[in-house]
Design a protein around this ligand. Structure first.
Ligand code: CA
Length: 406
């Protein structure tokens, strides 16, 4: 199963998830059933590599955490347009932070690139989208979350494997127990690996004998590159390029997987967005059109490697775009072709500005933290109604502009 976590983090960030309510708490996460389940689990083959001492140390006095089951069952309230994701995940702030990180870790990044073939700016792009360069690692104790998900809810078989892998990380001493925290679904570290991913891809790059993707940035960056290498990354190839389509070009058969040799795309009349010829460095590619009438991209095998990080084309595109900006010198976060909307999404700074305006108008939404939660969305709806806009609770430029002039 692909990692499901970052999608949820960003969906929550953008207010696409409903708020948790008290009555959502599943009734069956009771402590007696939990401890019976753990007793049973430790004798199963999945846990054969875990010593009784490790298991006991990690689970003694452990209580289930029903809040992760609520999160497991939440569904997005609406589908966010791709430009809303990109506005938050690739804003000027993240580009500036990414360039600073790129400069600071340059010697390590260059060595990692030499060893794996994965471009340094791409590694930084993953880091920025996954944890905001280590600033958002997630604070939930992994063992508690994964033990709960192993015993209750609808994906127990999957989570049991992750739980066992988390215990093995502790048993082998890669990460200190109090540092093993992450998202509700068990992704952890600088680039949010699942525990099973850790054993496929984590690397001890700084040579201290531990693969510490939480506290060692070099370990985390090298592990990210190894992940992409394992996912088929090809040295020297770009993830893709933004292209200009010939007038009237039919994109109905387009898709990331409908790959053709680059010459076939040239013959069909596609060029770079600038009008320059398509590069030879991208030997074959598929045509990705995230929104009809918006920017179009030819994406190659390396885009698939980015996709495997999160199983979302929007996410892969966010990493790809952030990588380009981190590795380049341009200041605009926009593609050459604008998105087909008259109401673009907001950056994190603009989200904070919007929240400040909502608070000034008397809405009780907590602090202006840039996270569009349920209360912010309710306030947005109220203001949209008052202003005669479509009351969908979405944070966009139109609403921000309307509130700013008042
Ligand atoms: Ca290490």
């Amino acid at each position: 199963m692909k990692k499901i976590t970052t999608y949820w983090i960003a969906a929550a960030l953008l207010g696409a998830l409903p708020a948790a309510r008290a009555q959502d708490t599943p009734p069956d996460a009771d402590p007696a059933a939990f401890s019976a389940c753990l007793n049973q689990l430790k004798a199963t083959p999945a846990f054969s590599a875990i010593t009784p001492a490790t298991f006991a140390r990690a689970t003694e006095a452990l209580a289930p955490d029903p809040s992760v089951l609520v999160l497991l069952n939440r569904q997005p309230e609406f589908t966010l347009p791709v430009w809303d994701y990109l506005a938050v995940l690739v804003d000027a702030e993240r580009v500036a932070d990414g360039r600073a990180a790129f400069a600071r870790w340059q010697p390590e990044l260059q060595r990692i690139e030499q060893q794996t073939g994965v471009a340094a700016n791409v590694i930084v792009g993953v880091w920025g989208v996954e944890s905001n360069f280590g600033q958002n690692l997630g604070g939930r104790p992994l063992v508690q979350s994964l033990a709960t998900l192993s015993c209750f809810g609808r994906r127990q078989a999957y989570f049991r494997g992750e739980f066992a892998a988390a215990l093995r990380i502790l048993q082998e001493g890669h990460v200190a127990p109090e540092k093993l925290t992450g998202s509700w679904a068990g992704a952890f570290g600088q680039t949010q690996f699942m525990p099973s991913t850790f054993f496929r891809s984590a690397v001890d790059f700084d040579g201290d004998g531990r693969r510490d993707i939480v506290d060692s940035v070099p370990d985390a960056l090298a592990s990210t590159a190894r992940f992409l290498q394992n996912a088929g990354w090809r040295r020297g190839e770009p993830w893709g390029v933004e292209v200009r389509l010939p007038a009237g070009y039919d994109t109905s058969g387009a898709g990331r997987k409908a790959r053709q040799p680059i010459d076939a795309w040239r013959r069909a009349g596609l060029t770079l967005a600038s009008g320059a010829p398509l590069p030879d460095t991208l030997p074959s590619a598929g045509l990705l059109v995230p929104a009809r009438g918006g920017p179009a991209f030819l994406v190659g095998r390396n885009f698939d490697a980015l996709y495997s990080y999160n199983a979302s084309e929007n996410y892969a595109l966010a990493i790809a775009q952030l990588s380009n900006l981190v590795g380049g010198s341009g200041t605009s976060v926009a593609f050459a072709t604008p998105w087909p909307t008259d109401d673009p999404g907001l950056s994190r700074a603009e989200n904070r500005a919007l929240q400040t305006l909502l608070i000034a108008r008397g809405h009780d939404i907590g602090s202006a933290d840039g996270m569009i939660g349920a209360r912010t969305r309710e306030a947005i709806k109220a203001e949209q109604q008052r202003l005669g806009l479509k009351a969908d609770g979405r944070a966009g430029q139109k609403l921000l502009g309307a509130l700013r002039v008042q």
